[in-house]
Design a protein around this ligand. Structure first.
Ligand code: ADE
Ligand code: ZN
Length: 337
């Protein structure tokens, strides 16, 4: 089964590129750029990665991003993540980046997006991994700051498929960003938002009705509202669920308490993703394996997670068809048909 999970073609839809920075790379970049770190060693950094909740994680995560200065740094960060994708048989990935984390430190928007984008293009050419880029607004910052960020993105709209909303959910509800999301939609961008990670089910309803999202990131708190769960199943609204993240940030006490399999059984379009793998203990395969060890889902349930992710991906019908074919080829060989 573990071998099956490793080889299963996967599609990732919820990955913060800044959250894929392993402590080894963080130290390398700190040295390259003469930035001081609050840790004496890689081991000390890893030992600091224990969190009580989302905010305690975010404080450490934003601090780690300080080592990212040049276009090459953003390229190296993205390339390292793509190598993990290759190892995990991720065939397509849609990654988030947080421009405000960098522009607030005086790093140009262009430096950030150029580095990430060039690595993604090289990944497509050399590794055969396709990708999309989603720009997130930090919800603890103002609506005005989000509008400024959207303005900076305008010369790069051909490189960005959509906008998202991340950072501290509690106290920063979807309605705060309804107007900037409306402008993003009018520019032809898709919208997604973190909702119902730590926050209430109402945030999921509001992300759908006020931000017109095509996918909900996390969304696991939907179970507070049974009517909502039925609506999500009926509409096939995708939820990009992040199992290891939810355990590390204490959304669930343990993996055996996680609700992703129950949501799958109720017909929701749930997917498995890694969120911030360098901080939460693993990449895509690790998330699949953690679920397997806790709840022993079947092979066809694991294949369904990839099928759901392909359905939810921001790509053309032809590209979806090609990915479904890769999955079908795999399942036939593994006697799932
Ligand atoms: N930024 C990076 N990871 C996040 C998460 N899990 N929730 C909200 N904001 C984030
Ligand atoms: Zn996230």
């Amino acid at each position: 089964m573990e071998d099956f999970i490793r080889r299963l073609p996967k599609v990732e839809l919820h990955l913060h590129i800044e959250g894929s920075m392993e402590p080894e790379l963080m130290f390398e970049l700190a040295q390259r750029n003469n930035v001081s770190l609050p840790y004496a060693s890689v081991e000390e950094a890893r030992n600091a990665y224990h969190f009580q909740d989302l905010q305690s994680f975010l404080d450490i995560y934003y601090q780690g991003a300080d080592v990212l200065i040049t276009e090459r740094d953003f390229f190296d960060l993205t390339w390292a993540y793509l190598m993990r994708c290759k190892a995990d048989n991720v065939i397509h990935t849609e990654i988030f980046f947080d421009p405000q984390t960098h522009t607030a430190r005086g790093i140009a928007f262009d430096t950030v997006i150029n580095g990430i984008y060039h690595a993604l293009k090289q990944g497509e050419k050399e590794l055969g991994i396709t990708s999309q880029l989603i720009m997130c607004f930090l919800r603890h910052l103002s609506e005005e700051a989000a509008f400024e960020t959207l303005e900076q993105a305008k010369p790069h709209l051909n490189r960005i498929v959509g906008v998202g909303l991340d950072s501290s959910e509690l106290g920063n509800p979807p309605e705060k960003f309804a107007r900037v999301f409306a402008e993003a939609l009018s520019l032809g961008l898709k919208t997604v938002a973190h909702a119902g990670e730590e926050g209430p089910a109402q945030n999921i309803r509001d992300a759908i009705s006020l931000l017109h999202v095509s996918r909900v990131d996390h969304g696991v708190q939907c179970v507070q509202d049974d009517e909502l769960v039925s609506e999500l199943a009926l509409s096939r609204m995708p939820l990009t669920v992040c199992p290891l993240s939810n355990i590390k940030l204490r959304v669930f006490d343990s993996m055996t308490d996680h609700n992703i399999i129950r949501l799958l059984d109720r017909g929701l379009c749930v997917t498995i993703n890694s969120d911030d793998p360098a901080f939460f203990g693993g990449y895509m395969t690790d998330n699949f394996l953690a679920l397997y060890h806790a709840m022993a889902p079947t092979r066809s349930q694991f294949a369904q997670f990839t099928r759901n992710a392909i359905e939810a991906a921001f790509v053309s019908p032809e590209a979806k068809q090609a990915m479904m074919q890769k999955l079908d080829d795999f399942t036939v060989v593994n006697h799932l048909h």
